[in-house]
Write a protein of this length. Structure first.
Length: 141
């Protein structure tokens, strides 16, 4: 886990690899990776989904992600999208912080303010309302 982003985007760390491993056998028509960072999760999804869209609020992260995924959109979470997806994933920025200094890792109050905003943005984009919504929110500093 990184305590701050490097190279203008979140460099894949243990949490990224854990999520990629968990997702490598998921299948469907369309997937959305919110806060894609380096694009490692979007790249993993592209093996089993015909459409993968990667979003990030950081244009420098999207430039890096575009090296491995074509559909990159600069926006806040899923706010700019009007498409419904079979799967939505996000390696949430969950570190507790008093102020938002690093978009890739700071989750604000108790590490939940930013993740809550992202989840609220994503929920209307899920194609099947009976689908499971799972997320991991953990920090140990």
């Amino acid at each position: 886990m990184q305590k701050e982003s490097q190279n203008d985007y979140y460099v894949p760390a243990e949490d990224s690899f854990f999520l990629a491993d968990y997702l490598e056998n998921k299948q469907g028509r369309s997937a959305l990776d919110i806060g894609t960072g380096s694009g490692i999760i979007a790249k993993t999804l592209s093996k089993n989904f015909s459409l993968v869209v990667a979003t990030d609020i950081n244009i420098f992260a999207l430039k890096k992600a575009h090296e491995v995924i074509d559909n990159c959109i600069c926006c806040n979470a899923a706010d700019a999208l009007r498409y419904s997806f079979d799967l939505i994933v996000c390696n949430l920025p969950y570190l507790p912080s008093d102020e938002l200094r690093d978009l890739a890792v700071d989750g604000l109050h108790n590490g939940v303010d930013i993740p809550s905003m992202i989840i609220k943005s994503a929920i209307p984009r899920i194609i099947r309302w009976q689908a499971d919504i799972s997320y991991i929110l953990s920090c140990r500093l």
